[in-house]
Design a protein around this ligand. Structure first.
Ligand code: GLC
Ligand code: CA
Length: 557
């Protein structure tokens, strides 16, 4: 069935984590004026849309994912005038802007929560989820995503409030129609400014089972909230209401972050009749290597394997076809760096494997997302001690698994951080070889990755063989070949131990793609009997019957 054509299916999105992108005023923190300064770089790359991680007022317990005022700009990032200037400058260059919408929870410093906390009879009490404890214990056994109980006791009213994330991120009560009205109002405020869409933070968790039952016990001694909070009872009703009240009045890109989402649920969220969202982020492929649900949760030294990643992505490609639209990503601000995780960041393989991964993902069906620095092949960093870490998830996990439960030694935990910590993605963008990678004239809020003299934008932009220019080529191809956007997807060589291969079909043409995920030369007969146009490859010459280490090829027949 032919997919319905829309602009956001044809677009390539670039995610900016403002804190780490570009610091214009030398205080060590990225800001909006810094982003505006760097728009020409993004225009050169050729992306269509910027997704901005949260820029709203926030005490920064979770770097802006804890919002204290939805209609104000975070002081560190600038002013509303700076935002208006950024939006205008981006639009002038043909780049759209999508905002992060964080409405599963607010900061505990949001005025609603401050009021809510005052007493059991506060008119704002019901904006949040307050419950009595059970025999001096929290209302149930749910574990927060950032370690420890998901309930925080409040002395003054002798009740607990729910926080699926940190204690400073109190979950909103979506059962309350006034809360939903507030959310729709603030969304309308931003839409009326002329923004182009929303990435909706943990939107799959807004509806909770109102019985708040204990969850299945996890090995770390807490209960799993997922069965009662992920794609909960009223989530689709809420999103359809949001769509009716706000989204349908504008022409927006919408993508819901949906950890734990199943294919069947995704078909509802991203249904092609447009009654809810445009697409969702599923998590299966990025979690294929980690240990979620183990004694120490996600903390692991493991890496995702081709076999699993391929099975997962092929399943999403084939099962959503014609019914819902895929998002495509390896990387974001919550994941370690793609080339270190799925590829090989050793100097001799870094560029080849980064290009291979880009080919593999960008030629699938769906809307591709690039996370800042991914287009340079930026790598994971090294954490020498806890003092190098900034992320609340890391600090809390250290407390729980190293200090409290003593399940991991400090050395092992640091090695896990090197492998999988979110701060790997949050080291400053590497602009050039000058001090602090050209990110700031001051002291960066988190250390730059020491490899910036070798890996940086200035070096790559002018090098035709760079990872940057390879991404640029892939983006341009998507803009010129409808088969890349709308072609159907056919998995190939699904048992191959080394090669990820597939075909795309559209209007009588076929695009063959094959990617070698290993550092060995491996047999691959796919191209031998075919003549066509090579759209892209990370090698200039090929060996018939084989793929060279990390080789990627795409042939249009
Ligand atoms: C999402 C965000 C993540 C944040 C969490 C809580 O997963 O991407 O960065 O910590 O939600 O808002
Ligand atoms: Ca700054």
């Amino acid at each position: 069935m032919e997919e319905k054509h829309t602009w956001w299916k044809e677009a390539v999105i670039y995610q900016i984590y403002p804190r780490s992108f570009m610091d214009a005023n030398g205080d060590g923190i990225g800001d909006l004026r810094g982003i505006t300064q760097r728009l020409p770089y993004l225009a050169r790359l050729g992306i269509d849309v910027i997704w901005l991680s949260p820029i709203y007022a926030s005490p920064n317990d979770d770097n802006g994912y804890d919002i204290s005022d939805y209609r104000a700009i975070m002081r560190d990032f600038g002013t509303m005038a700076d935002f208006d200037a950024l939006l205008a400058a981006a639009h002038a260059q043909g780049i759209k802007i999508v905002m992060d919408l964080v409405v599963n929870h607010t900061s505990d410093e949001h005025p609603w929560f401050i009021e809510s906390r005052k007493s059991r009879t506060s008119p704002y009490r019901d904006y949040y989820i307050w419950r009595d404890g059970k025999d001096g214990q929290p209302p149930n056994n749910w574990e927060s995503c950032f370690s420890g109980s998901a309930w925080q006791y409040d002395d003054s009213s002798d009740q607990y409030y729910l926080h699926l994330f940190s204690q400073k991120q109190a979950d909103l009560n979506w059962e309350n129609p006034r809360v939903r009205d507030e959310v729709y109002d603030l969304m309308t405020f931003w839409c009326d400014k002329g923004i182009d869409g929303f990435r909706m933070d943990v939107i799959s968790m807004i509806s909770k089972d109102q019985r708040f039952p204990d969850g299945p016990m996890k090995p770390d001694g807490y209960g799993d909230f997922s069965p009662y909070c992920i794609s909960g009872p009223r989530v689709h009703e809420f999103l359809q209401e949001m769509n009716e009240r706000v989204l349908s009045h504008y022409d927006l890109l919408t993508v819901g972050e949906a950890a734990g989402v199943t294919i069947d649920e995704a078909k509802k969220y991203a249904r092609s009749d447009g009654r809810e969202l445009g697409m969702v982020f599923q998590f299966e492929h990025v979690e294929a290597g980690n240990g979620r649900g183990s004694l120490v949760e996600k903390w692991t030294l493991g890496k995702p394997q081709l076999k699993n990643v391929r099975a997962i992505l092929n399943k999403w490609q084939t099962e959503l076809a014609g019914q819902a639209w895929n998002s495509l990503y390896w990387d974001n601000h919550d994941q370690p760096r793609a080339v270190s995780t799925f590829g090989n960041d050793a100097p001799e393989w870094r560029e080849l494997s980064a290009k291979m991964l880009a080919t593999c993902l960008h030629l699938m069906q769906g809307t591709p997302y690039i996370y800042q620095g991914e287009e340079l092949g930026m790598t994971n960093t090294h954490f020498r001690s806890l003092a190098d870490c900034r992320d609340v998830e890391e600090l809390n996990a250290w407390h729980q698994f190293v200090e409290e439960q003593k399940k991991l030694s400090p050395e092992t935990m640091l090695a896990c951080f090197d492998n999988i910590a979110r701060d790997n993605a949050r080291t400053p963008m590497q602009w050039d070889a000058s001090a602090n990678a050209g990110f700031t004239a001051g002291t960066p809020w988190i250390a730059v990755n020491p490899n910036y003299p070798a890996i940086n934008a200035a070096a790559e932009v002018n090098d035709p063989d760079s990872v940057f220019n390879y991404y640029r080529q892939l983006i341009a191809l998507r803009h010129t070949h409808a088969i890349i956007v709308y072609g159907t997807f056919e998995p190939l060589l699904t048992d191959d131990p080394a090669v990820y291969a597939y075909a795309r079909h559209y209007e009588g043409q076929t695009l063959y793609v094959a990617c070698n995920w290993t550092q060995d030369t491996v047999p691959c007969p796919l191209f031998d009997d075919k003549a066509g146009t090579e759209l892209i490859s990370n090698y200039k010459t090929h060996e018939s019957g084989y793929l060279q280490p990390y080789e990627a090829r795409a042939l249009l027949v």
